[in-house]
Design a protein around this ligand. Structure first.
Ligand code: HEM
Length: 158
């Protein structure tokens, strides 16, 4: 029950965080505080999920199944991301901060792999994340930016 709830919250927050860039591309809306808060929620729920697992099964059990190992690598990557999800770290790391945060793409792939191998509900998350990747394709992204620009222009004419 606790695995179920914590795992579900972790993947839901992660999927939601990954929709923020497509939302920005399509609607031009973004907010750094919301982004950081959602990122922190993702990492906290994932860590909680793992802590519950260690508590119930023990740490070494993590290395007994491929799906747990995929989840474990995702957690390991999430830790530095969580620790640097603040303005101070952004200022210190500069361009490297963005590089570090873009590791979320590896994290979501590992997390989806974890759930697919466990044979749990994954398709809906896969579709949302997949659509987000399509929106991020440079030519698609450019089309959305141009559409927004044209809409703005026609609005200002009226
Ligand atoms: C070391 C890392 C991890 C371990 C050991 C672990 C372990 C587990 C276990 C034992 C289950 C329950 C399997 C069952 O009911 O048969 C589970 C389910 C799940 N895990 Fe993980 N997990 C890890 C990381 C992650 C991560 C990073 C995510 C996603 C952010 C995640 C998302 C889920 C989801 C969505 C479920 C299915 C919940 C359900 O519908 O029942 N897990 N995990």
């Amino acid at each position: 029950m606790l695995y179920h709830v914590s795992g579900e919250f972790a993947i839901r927050w992660m999927t939601a965080v990954l929709t923020l860039t497509p939302i920005f591309i399509i609607f031009g809306v973004t907010n750094l505080y919301v982004r950081q808060a959602m990122g922190i929620a993702t990492a906290i729920w994932s860590l909680l999920h793992f802590i519950l697992f260690i508590w119930a099964e023990g740490f070494l059990e993590t290395f007994t199944q491929v799906n747990y190992i995929a989840g474990f690598i995702a957690i390991v990557i999430l830790i530095p991301m969580l620790l640097t999800s603040n303005r101070k770290s952004m200022a210190i790391l500069k361009a490297n901060w963005k590089k570090l945060q873009s590791l979320v793409y590896i994290v979501i792939i590992l997390s989806l792999l974890h759930i697919i191998l466990l044979d749990k509900t994954w398709l809906i998350y896969g579709i949302i994340v997949g659509l987000g990747f399509i929106v991020r394709i440079p030519t698609v992204k450019k089309k959305f930016f141009e559409m927004r620009k044209a809409r703005k222009k026609s609005k200002s004419k009226k």
